[in-house]
Design a protein around this ligand. Structure first.
Ligand SMILES: Cc1cc2nc3c(=O)[nH]c(=O)nc-3n(C[C@H](O)[C@H](O)[C@H](O)COP(=O)(O)OP(=O)(O)OC[C@H]3O[C@@H](n4cnc5c(N)ncnc54)[C@H](O)[C@@H]3O)c2cc1C
Ligand SMILES: *[C@@H]1O[C@H](CO)[C@@H](O)[C@H](O)[C@H]1NC(C)=O
Ligand SMILES: *[C@@H]1O[C@H](CO)[C@@H](O)[C@H](O)[C@H]1NC(C)=O
Ligand SMILES: *[C@@H]1O[C@H](CO)[C@@H](O)[C@H](O)[C@H]1NC(C)=O
Ligand SMILES: *[C@@H]1O[C@H](CO)[C@@H](O)[C@H](O)[C@H]1NC(C)=O
Ligand SMILES: *[C@@H]1O[C@H](CO)[C@@H](O)[C@H](O)[C@H]1NC(C)=O
Ligand SMILES: *[C@@H]1O[C@H](CO)[C@@H](O)[C@H](O)[C@H]1NC(C)=O
Ligand SMILES: *[C@@H]1O[C@H](CO)[C@@H](O)[C@H](O)[C@H]1NC(C)=O
Ligand SMILES: *[C@@H]1O[C@H](CO)[C@@H](O)[C@H](O)[C@H]1NC(C)=O
Ligand SMILES: *[C@@H]1O[C@H](CO)[C@@H](O)[C@H](O)[C@H]1NC(C)=O
Ligand SMILES: *[C@@H]1O[C@H](CO)[C@@H](O)[C@H](O)[C@H]1NC(C)=O
Ligand SMILES: *[C@@H]1O[C@H](CO)[C@@H](O)[C@H](O)[C@H]1NC(C)=O
Length: 632
């Protein structure tokens, strides 16, 4: 972690003007005196000068910048330009061969600490068509081609606002695809693209705690945060300053990149404190014209509205923000587990049950979501089936995350829920509650469980509050049946996080944002995973068929709760009707803002606002990002 000793000086400067930047790395900005004779790095002269050529420039194209141009660009960056070579290139004969590095890559490839620290590769690589797989002797035929063209061509190491501005200007002026990588966790492929110039925001690390902060209708604790911070770093700051701020559920996920841009739910606190986007009071951003702007409810209001929940990577590069902070609070976590096969551990929170009782128990747990969310809690669960000892078997793990609750109160809360489970044959006798005195203490350590780099497809759906309003209704029953079929017939794994980020919870200025209206009405964010990964051993045809099968099962969820959307950050990149499903009624206003602030489509991301004007060439029917980006 990188700390900035200048924080005191910066807060002095910040107090002098509402337009002031937050951190020292933001004081290094691009000015006209930096241009010299290099026309590649100048600001956009006017928004009228859009490039009407059909495709973005791609490596090998006649108009692709020469080595000299890249070198001058690198000089303007002070040497912060990195060539887009994936680490696995070390395993292939040629310029980048390096046996020791290859051994390290083979060992580390599944670690998100490794992929996050790499400037080039995203976490999952099916989104790029798996162009440079780590060779595996176990796979027949051995995978042995490394296609460098499919990765971002160059990466700007974003250590200052100036470098980000240079990157945006160079990409726009040369009509090159631009991508942003923060941690690389994105599931949809919004963080990568073949032949792109990539801005790598990972180095932007800083936090300053503001114990008393006033802005508009907000008065309370706050924090200035740099946009490259990850969950585990926030937990360290929370402990250091004895306060709470919202964070993602896994340690290496970034809090202020994709997580904030798509809404961002906490697996523990969202029914109590809202979404990540709801926490934001102001931010600093480099826009498509290369300018560095401040946005808050009264300045650049459209951008302020769009960036909070209107989709990541589509409006500019956010460099820092001011977010709400809170007192520390205890977390109680009620545990419920049941399975149809024998228990191998001595557990007070898990029991073996009949198959009939199992599915009744799943319904009972979900019938409790209105109570859980009314208590400002969040449901979290996994449900899957597999063959055990020749018999079809099922397992359910549920949690009731109660933010702000003491252990004794949580036990009291859980007791009637257990009675309901007992009534359907789930013999859980007394509540099991894990207690954490503070929010950061309930988290895993970096690289812990749930942190592996995955390469599989999935689908998702938001079930609205109305589904759960009456657990004897046809809508509730249909939803339970669709979930059961997904696991029992489909053979897939189910996971849901159940929360209610209503307008009331969002508060000021959260309510007035581009967060999807579907999220505001949701009670269950359901995700379903394919059993296979989409690795290089699968042909395009196999991947297409496998996805079609998965999608047919997700369609059952959509049919059970129609028109209630999906959460854009954890969704199928081929979600049908994504404009409505991801953005709800906000799409039209967002498109208007997009056309005004980025007429060049500098910030293209798949499934982003206005993205349907573009497609990736040569991707064999897959929704992958390695090809040349062209207009539809
Ligand atoms: C293990 C795991 C756990 C997760 N847990 C949660 C969870 O608890 N709650 C939840 O809501 N989601 C969760 N997610 C989903 C998560 O919100 C998305 O994967 C999100 O895209 C991650 O953002 P990132 O910045 O870390 O990743 P990246 O892949 O680096 O970036 C994702 C997108 O954000 C854009 N972006 C990144 N930084 C910036 C920036 N500074 N300015 C503008 N655009 C930027 C990129 O262009 C890209 O489009 C989880 C994902 C994983 C893999
Ligand atoms: C730009 O100026 C530098 C010296 O400042 C010179 O070396 C270079 O050739 C010039 N480039 C062009 C394209 O004129
Ligand atoms: C648009 O970009 C192409 C390369 O993709 C380039 O040849 C052309 O000169 C550009 N046009 C304008 C008007 O900038
Ligand atoms: C950019 O310059 C730095 C230092 O001058 C150098 O180390 C680096 O390799 C250069 N990057 C590229 C892509 O050439
Ligand atoms: C690399 O080259 C050597 C020698 O020509 C050859 O034996 C080996 O199979 C090659 N490896 C790969 C991964 O292509
Ligand atoms: C990015 O820049 C920082 C600061 O100059 C440097 O420490 C780091 O090594 C660079 N990262 C890469 C991958 O070049
Ligand atoms: C931390 O904050 C909590 C809640 O505001 C308070 O009760 C507690 O005393 C504080 N602890 C320390 C060590 O300051
Ligand atoms: C299971 O755990 C409980 C409580 O820790 C203990 O009393 C009991 O003896 C254990 N039973 C077995 C079979 O290990
Ligand atoms: C597996 O199945 C066999 C035959 O039905 C049974 O005898 C055995 O006890 C089972 N094993 C376990 C661990 O359940
Ligand atoms: C439920 O479990 C308890 C303790 O494990 C046991 O004493 C009781 O007999 C069980 N009840 C039923 C109905 O199985
Ligand atoms: C839903 O299922 C429950 C439990 O099986 C049943 O009692 C109820 O009648 C069903 N509701 C409808 C509308 O079919
Ligand atoms: C590498 O990938 C690019 C983008 O998909 C494709 O155009 C090119 O043909 C590939 N090259 C090889 C050698 O497969």
């Amino acid at each position: 972690m990188q700390f900035f000793p200048w924080a005191a000086l910066v807060s002095l400067l910040a107090s002098q003007s509402t337009n002031a930047f937050n951190f020292p790395f933001e004081s290094h900005q691009l000015t006209e005196s930096d241009f010299g004779n290099n026309s590649d790095i100048v600001f956009a002269s006017s928004t009228a000068s859009t490039n009407s050529s059909r495709c973005k420039n791609y490596p090998g194209d006649a108009d692709w910048p020469s080595e000299e141009k890249w070198n001058s660009f690198n000089a303007s960056l002070g040497g912060a330009l990195i060539k887009g070579i994936p680490p696995a290139a070390a395993c292939y004969n040629g310029t980048y061969y390096d046996a020791d590095k290859c051994t390290m890559v083979k060992k580390m490839q599944m670690s998100t600490i490794f992929t996050t620290a790499d400037p080039v590769i995203p976490n999952g690589q099916w989104q790029l068509g798996n162009p440079c797989p780590v060779p595996q002797s176990s796979v027949s035929p051995p995978l042995s081609a490394c296609n460098l063209t499919s990765f971002p061509a160059y990466v700007v190491n974003a250590t200052s606002v100036k470098n980000i501005q240079l990157g945006v200007n160079f990409a726009r002026n040369n009509n090159i695809r631009l991508t942003i990588k923060n941690t690389g966790h994105d599931f949809l492929g919004r963080n990568t693209g073949g032949g792109a110039l990539q801005i790598w925001t990972h180095p932007l690390k800083a936090l300053e705690y503001l114990p008393e902060y006033e802005m508009g209708q907000y008065s309370g604790k706050a924090a200035k945060v740099a946009s490259g911070l990850e969950q585990f770093e926030l937990h360290q700051y929370m402990e250091k300053y004895n306060m709470t701020i919202l964070a993602p559920g896994s340690t290496t996920v970034g809090a202020y990149g994709g997580f904030m841009g798509g809404g961002g739910f906490s697996t523990v606190l969202t029914s109590k404190l809202g979404l990540m986007a709801d926490q934001v009071l102001s931010f600093e951003i480099v826009t498509a014209d290369g300018k560095f702007l401040h946005a808050d409810p009264e300045e650049n209001e459209d951008l302020f509205w769009a960036v909070r929940g209107g989709g990541p990577g589509n409006w500019g590069v956010v460099t820092s923000l001011i977010v709400k902070a809170y007192d520390t609070l205890p977390i109680s976590q009620g545990l419920i587990g049941f399975q149809t096969f024998p228990l191998f551990i001595n557990s007070t929170s898990t029991v073996q049950v009949s198959e009939e009782a199992f599915w009744k128990g799943v319904s009972v747990y979900f019938s409790w979501l209105p109570e859980i969310t009314s208590a400002q809690g969040v449901g979290w669960n996994t449900l899957s089936g597999f063959t055990f000892n020749g018999t079809k078997s099922f397992t359910f793990n549920g949690r009731v995350n109660l933010g702000g609750w003491q252990k004794r109160d949580a036990e009291t809360f859980m007791t009637p829920m257990l009675k309901d489970l007992n009534a359907v044959g789930i013999n859980l006798t007394s509540p099991t509650v894990q207690f954490y005195p503070t929010y950061p203490q309930q988290a895993y350590v970096p690289g812990g469980p749930g942190e592996g780099a995955s390469n599989s497809r999935f689908g998702s759906h938001l079930f609205p509050r109305s589904t759960f309003a009456d657990a004897t209704s046809a809508q509730f029953n249909a939803s339970m049946a669709a979930i059961r079929s997904f696991v029992e017939d489909g053979g897939y794994s189910f996971h849901s996080v159940d929360y209610t980020p209503t307008e009331d919870v969002a508060g000021w200025p959260g309510t007035n944002s581009a967060v999807s209206p579907h999220l505001r009405r949701a009670m269950m964010h359901a995700t379903g995973y394919d059993v296979h990964d989409s690795g290089p051993q699968w042909t395009a045809q196999q991947q297409i068929e496998s996805h079609a099968r998965l999608n047919a099962y997700v369609d059952k969820w959509r049919a059970a709760a129609p028109g209630s959307g999906a959460y854009m950050n954890e969704a199928d990149t081929q979600e049908p009707g994504f404009r409505e499903s991801f953005y709800g009624g906000n799409y039209g206003r967002l498109l208007g803002i997009k056309e005004r602030v980025d007429p060049w489509d500098v910030f293209y991301v798949v499934t982003g606002v206005g993205s349907d004007r573009w497609y990736s060439e040569g991707v064999k029917g897959l929704p992958t990002q390695q090809g040349r980006l062209c207009r539809v």
